[in-house]
Design a protein around this ligand. Structure first.
Ligand code: ADP
Ligand code: GLC
Length: 521
């Protein structure tokens, strides 16, 4: 991840020799702002999906322009990592939220990570959100309210006087209360809330208000009330100064009833006020087929031997017959969103065409069982590994011909871009970020609706290309240069940060939303 950007806190930029280079770096670094990323996943330490990837790559790309630091809960994967944590502050308990400490760690490339240390909330085996069986922790509202309140403390300067952020950038419902606590405390620091997935809303009972120490107006529709519950996601949407989501198409989709998960009216209003924008995810610089040292062998557009070496690895690892037919892969959280219930209906098509399918992932029990059953029915042709490991994932992107991604909705999706980068063509539903990142028939294949017939037709088009090696090579080459790296994709965030910071300096909003709303410090 961002290996080229070594140096403490990214303040020490590479010093270019030429005068014009120096001028460019000077203009980039002039006016560096302090940005706090509030996120529940960070791929260096723990991830459940693409949020972890974005949280690791985007701050590093933004490090060219700004001083970016991260706040994350102290899960065992964080506190038990090789990086020492220095405790810098004790925070008192508040309402039903326990006391905690804030620690600071530095990753090998200098990125600073603040950690909320509260073993009773975070020191548990499992994912960031639930146990090893995928069941959500019943006290997630407490866990992530504590997290949001710690973010507000950092924003206020209480935690670290020499690094008070100019802007807070909170991600998804686990960070939704960060902008809300900041607003209730009357802070002037602007905040952005990024929706990575609208379907995960962080709901809890209205009765939790006293426990979370929320002011009365939290229970209103203008606050975070959502159909008789409290929604952390809605808190992020309503209290942040600006909302972004992770692709342009998804930004439009979420203002409609089909994709809005009940929040479409609110989001449409924000969009019309210019407070909602779609900024497409990029990918990290480390996605490079020639230099990725986790691959069995690297390769380029001119030399495919390495691709075949990775393919052999996937065949052996997943117990697939080396048939000489196309290799399809799925690397995914196994959840409703991903539309994988279509797989049993297209499996016969793939197998009959001489294809093989390798599936890596974990998630909902029902989907795992359905896939395990398929793998035993088509033994030697379909292989399944329950779980996730980054090395195998990369070798699968690299060794495959096609990636299947029939998502019902997809805010952005990173897997299709990783596949493209490694010369594997995505076959995906035309929705959200998939529609924005895949050019049908050029860098992958898109299908319109969620039916097996539509999916099958796209697979048939892919098989046709596979049977014509010159076409396949041409598409692979186009796909490999299609994904945008974060060094380009991060620029709209830079612009947005500067605009919001300038606006907040020109017209402070805090007085209007502050302590009279019932906040007790
Ligand atoms: P999403 O975030 O919805 O899962 P993306 O395509 O944005 O989808 O991101 C997928 C990222 O998560 C990729 O890096 C992929 O390798 C990784 N991934 C896929 N399945 C899992 C899993 N079960 N656990 C952790 N990471 C996973
Ligand atoms: C979410 C979305 C995915 C997106 C990722 C990172 O998990 O499901 O589409 O790519 O966040 O933004």
């Amino acid at each position: 991840m961002g290996k080229a950007l070594a140096g403490t806190d990214f303040n020490e930029l590479i010093k270019p020799a030429s005068a014009s280079g120096r001028a460019r770096v000077e203009s980039l670094t002039k006016n560096r702002k302090k940005i706090l990323f509030v996120t529940s996943e960070l791929a260096d330490l723990i991830k459940a999906g693409g949020l972890g990837d974005v949280s690791a790559a985007l701050p590093r790309a933004l490090g060219r322009f700004h001083s970016v630091r991260i706040l994350i809960p102290g899960y065992p994967q964080v506190t038990g990592s090789d990086h020492p944590i220095e405790v810098i502050c004790d925070l008192d308990g508040y309402a039903g939220l326990p006391a905690c400490q804030i620690g600071r760690m530095q990753l090998s490339d200098g990125l600073t990570v603040y950690v909320v240390l509260c073993p009773e909330l975070y020191d548990r085996e499992g994912t960031p959100y639930g146990d090893t069986h995928g069941r959500d922790w019943p006290d997630n509202h407490i866990r992530f309210a504590r997290f949001g309140l710690a973010a507000a403390a950092l924003a206020s300067g209480e935690v670290c006087a020499d690094w008070q952020p100019d802007l807070v950038h909170a991600h998804d419902w686990p960070a939704g209360l960060a902008p809300a606590y900041m607003a209730w405390q009357g802070q002037q620091t602007p905040s952005i809330f990024t929706i990575h997935n609208l379907a995960y809303q962080g709901l809890c009972d209205l009765e939790s208000i006293p426990e979370l120490g929320l002011p009365e107006d939290a229970a209103s529709a203008e606050g975070m009330e959502f159909y008789g519950k409290l929604s952390f996601l809605k808190a992020g949407i309503n209290y942040a100064d600006h909302i972004t989501t992770v692709s342009q198409t998804y930004a439009r989709e979420i203002t409609t009833a089909d994709f809005g998960c009940g929040m479409d009216g609110l989001l449409d209003l924000k969009a019309r006020r210019g407070q909602l924008s779609g900024i497409a995810n990029g990918i990290d610089e480390c996605w490079h087929p020639e230099s990725d040292n986790r691959l069995i062998q690297g390769f380029t557009q001119h030399e495919w031997d390495g691709k075949r070496a990775n393919m052999r690895y996937v065949e052996e690892t997943f117990g697939l017959e080396p048939s000489g037919g196309p290799l399809f892969v799925i690397i995914s959280r196994l959840v409703y969103q991903k539309g994988l219930d279509l797989i049993p209906q297209i499996a016969e098509h793939i197998v009959a065409a001489g294809g093989r399918l390798a599936i890596l992932g974990q998630g909902e029990e029902q989907i795992e069982e359905m896939i395990a059953e398929l793998a035993s029915r088509y033994s030697g042709r379909i292989g399944f590994h329950r779980g996730f490991n980054e090395t195998d994932a990369r070798r699968m992107f690299a060794g495959s011909d096609f990636l299947l991604m029939p998502s019902r909705y997809e805010p952005c999706g990173l897997s299709q871009s990783y596949a493209q980068c490694f010369g594997s063509l995505p076959i995906a539903r035309r929705t959200g970020g998939l529609a924005d990142t895949i050019e049908d028939g050029v860098t992958g294949f898109l299908f319109e609706d969620g039916t097996a017939a539509s999916f099958s037709a796209a697979i048939e088009r892919a098989l046709h290309v596979y049977r014509h090696p010159d076409l396949l090579d041409a598409m692979r080459c186009r796909a490999m240069v299609a994904p945008r790296y974060w060094r380009h994709a991060a620029k709209p965030y830079d612009k947005l940060y500067r605009n919001l910071i300038n606006q907040s300096l020109a017209a402070p909003v805090a007085a209007a939303r502050g302590p009279e709303h019932g906040w007790q410090a």
